[in-house]
Design a protein around this ligand. Sequence first.
Ligand code: ADP
Ligand code: MG
Length: 695
Amino acid sequence: MSKIPEYFGSLVFNETVMKERLPKDTFKALMKTRQEGIPLDAQVADVVANAMKNWAIEKGATHFTHWFQPMTGITAGKHDCFISPAGAGKVIMEFSGKELIQGEPDASSFPNGGIRATFEARGYTAWDPTSDAFLKDGSLYIPTAFCSYGGEALDKKAPLLRSMSALNKQAMRILRLFGNPEVASTTVTVGPEQEYFLVPEKLFRKREDLVYTGRTLFGAKPPKGQELEDHYFGELKASVIDFMKEMDEELWKLGILSKTKHNEVAPAQHEMAPIFAPCNVSTDQNQLTMEVMKKVAARHGLTCLLHEKPFARVNGSGKHNNYSISTNTGVNLLEPGDSPKENAQFLLFLVAIIKAVDEHQDLMRIAVADAGNDHRLGGHEAPPAIVSIFVGEELESVLDAIEQGTECTGKGCTFMKIGVDVLPPIRKDSTDRNRTSPMAFTGNKFEFRMQGSSSSIACVNIMLNTMIADALCGFADELEKAENFHEALNELIRRTIKEHGRIVFNGNNYSEEWVQEAKRRGLLNLKTTPEVLPYYVRKENVEMFEKHGVLSETELRSRYEIILEQYSKQVRIEALTMLEMIRKDILPAVSSYTGDLSVQAIHKQKLKISCDLECEQIKKLTELSEKLYAVTQELQNSVDNAESFANVLVEAEYYRDEVLSRMVAARTAADQLELVVGRKYWPFPTYGELLYGVK
Ligand code: ADP
Ligand code: MG
């Protein structure tokens, strides 16, 4: 393999390729579209499309696809060949500007939450020119947003782009108030750290639960879990090294800045972190990364598990969303600066985020709500379901001093007045970080840690962008009217800290005291998806999303329906998988073991030898399997009774209260049986085999 800089981005139609292959004017027009969102005119689009097609064909592509991110959480696209009849039985390869800009997939089979009227099944995909097209599996992939014919978003990308532009608009108002004539625009930057498990593929295939649901529905604790803490940052196994090497190469070819790889806390758990990119690009690239991980793993005899809680009793997998806002001139707005002006500006953005998160804790929780993540939040090393912000010791003492109007007396702190003083140095040292915080300020960005590993980062960034835009909008409204900017600014920051400081918590988020303290502070603690989803359509949230043009009430309601529907379907699939595994695998295995023990007992009796051991075992097996059988019947009944609910919320609550609780009971009984049944009888690979099976 050649050197990384030589093949990095070789599968991407990026700015370098555009510059090489497009006439100067076309290149300029395209850059304007990318930077300012000005639509391309039809002729220019034809030239761009033609250049893209030629480039793709030279690299072996035959098809193109409008690649989109429907509400299923994974990506989709249909693949059209470039061929076009040329007469006399011949074809030519064609691709027009129209085909580049807009596609018309049938929208009828994607989740739409009641948006799409049945008579209008069509949807359309619209090119996102700010995310580069790329080559994969013989097709030219064109990143797009997916909407209904009425223009309503049917995907995660359209509202993400809208939220980015809403935030830009408000951030620019603030930057103008501080001067900054050189800044033309701002962008949200995101670096998503991706956790995952690798297990041997042949063992994965033997577990229906992993195949159908992505997580184990059974499994007794193996003698060794993660208690020795010997896996984190540990030596990589040979096949994991090979996997990671090929994964990096594939990602680099796709222009994805894969930077860091290491073992995570749980056995068989790993992490990959890319260098941050603009929010929509990192969203696309994270989806692509997950797909590449799965494909590359299969080539190494491994299966990549992206589920957020594939195994009970060890850590689940998260996706840390590192978030900041930067200007087109390269200034990170969440980085304390060197001058009083920069610091005042930084503090204003910081308190905007504090206010936004405090006012919309519910949205942060909704952004990470699904059946899988409900098992993880509050579990092993995962942040709890309570949303709070960590700012660190230095900033906390500054915020306290501002609130009380006193001089900052914290360590090494000389900060007194906003807009006059420079902030004390803020440590970025990772040892100082509070790993238990759901949203930690880490020196120049926020790291949001509640997100589950399998879901798209679009939702959380739609929420953050919109909430922060809303807070900044309120600030700009107030400050634009102020007679004395500095006085108004000081007053505003102080008031915001006073009103929203309750969301700041620097202690141990895993402790029981925090649960109590959070309650006293009036913070939300919403544990399950059905509990949190009603907040989505709360009046204040609807108004905010509509005000900033991110989601209409219809779009919001459709999302509410889709998420709840998916929750119920997910739990149902899990319950059915459990029933099948119990009936077809576990109970027959127990019978066969019990049968062999009985034969042995009879044999011993004939020889007049004690068969107490076998009889004890048989008794235990019978008791446990009867218990399992009884809860299985109950589980079956609860699934059978879950027919035709008129209301998605009532249905999801039913699955949570009636079905999930019985699944827990069934699992408990089955896991007890696993500990008693002989190894060669147990019908599928155990936790020990899965977690330690990779060589
Ligand atoms: P760790 O959190 O593991 O110590 P880093 O702090 O270096 O590692 O970065 C974690 C992630 O945060 C990386 O994906 C990195 O690119 C991203 N990141 C760093 N700076 C920014 C920023 N300004 N905006 C968004 N993401 C950032
Ligand atoms: Mg991190």
